[in-house]
Design a protein around this ligand. Structure first.
Ligand SMILES: Nc1ncnc2c1ncn2[C@@H]1O[C@H](COP(=O)(O)OP(=O)(O)OP(=O)(O)O)[C@@H](O)[C@H]1O
Ligand SMILES: [Mg+2]
Length: 249
């Protein structure tokens, strides 16, 4: 019995992400926090989108919904042409593992496990046989330039290397989308550039990337910049990167 609003949802397979009037309300005792208040966002395959906005505006909440880590309070969400807003937690977990690669500000690696084992983890969850797991984990670690650090644990690596392990882990299932929530938030500027070069390379290879950042110079690496304010999209523009440099005087 979908509501009128939900029955009009079009899940176009050319769009990787389509959100229709997405709301997320957190209940805190007596208080309701409307973290998202009707977000309509459409992202096509191989777009590179930066999401900006003040602290508390709803960026991470939106990323969690797009990444199937959470369900909306209201509205609908089509991922790769399928409406996923009404799925159970188990179904969401399965889709997340297959379609989404997540990269977090704090890396979220297992401290006691080697880089290789950290990258293998998503493949353990989906039952990939051991030999194939190791082969694929090695391949993605090499592709992010960590072929010589596979046996290192997170505390035996630099910040940039840790984030590259997290990116390798995000890539190991060949997801259709890479979501990164402030991936350079804990890195110095030189290491941030290294990580942004890696995202650019992934974009060139055909990946769809959505990246949250507070920093305008990081957002400029994307092709499109979406700004969120108070739980709604305040602006949605091509990034400066696409605008040819013009003489100012
Ligand atoms: N689990 C939660 N329970 C209750 N309120 C929450 C929860 N998560 C987020 N919020 C609230 O929802 C709003 C949006 O939070 P969100 O984390 O999406 O912001 P953000 O834009 O990512 O901010 P930042 O830039 O600081 O990371 C905030 O007001 C926050 O306090
Ligand atoms: Mg956040």
């Amino acid at each position: 019995m979908g509501s009128a609003a939900n029955s009009s949802v079009t899940c176009d397979p050319n769009d990787v992400i389509v959100t229709n009037d997405l709301w997320k309300t957190y209940i805190m005792g007596e208080q309701e926090v409307h973290a998202l208040r009707g977000v309509n966002l459409r992202i096509q395959r191989n777009e590179y989108t930066a999401i900006m906005g003040p602290s508390g505006s709803g960026k991470s909440t939106l990323m969690n919904l797009i990444g199937c880590l959470d369900s909306p309070t209201q509205g609908s969400y089509c991922l790769n042409g399928h409406d996923v807003s009404r799925l159970t937690d188990d179904e969401l977990a399965r889709i997340r593992n297959k379609e989404i690669g997540f990269v977090f500000q704090t890396f979220n690696l297992l401290a006691r496990a080697s880089a290789l084992h950290n990258v293998e983890l998503p493949l353990i969850y989906n039952g990939t046989p051991a030999a194939e797991r190791i082969e694929r984990a090695k391949f993605v670690l090499e592709s992010v330039g960590l072929g010589s650090r596979m046996d290192h644990k997170p505390n035996e690596m630099s910040g940039g290397q840790r984030q590259r392990v997290a990116i390798a882990r995000a890539l190991v299932n060949s997801p259709s989308i890479i979501l990164a929530d402030e991936p350079t938030g804990n890195l110095d500027s030189k290491t941030s550039i290294e990580i942004m070069n890696l995202f650019e390379e992934l974009h060139r290879q055909g990946n769809t990337i959505v990246l949250v950042t507070h920093e305008p110079d990081i957002a400029e690496h994307a092709n499109r910049v979406v700004t969120i304010r108070d739980g709604v999209i305040a602006s949605d523009k091509p990034s400066h990167k696409l605008v040819p440099a013009t003489a100012t005087h």
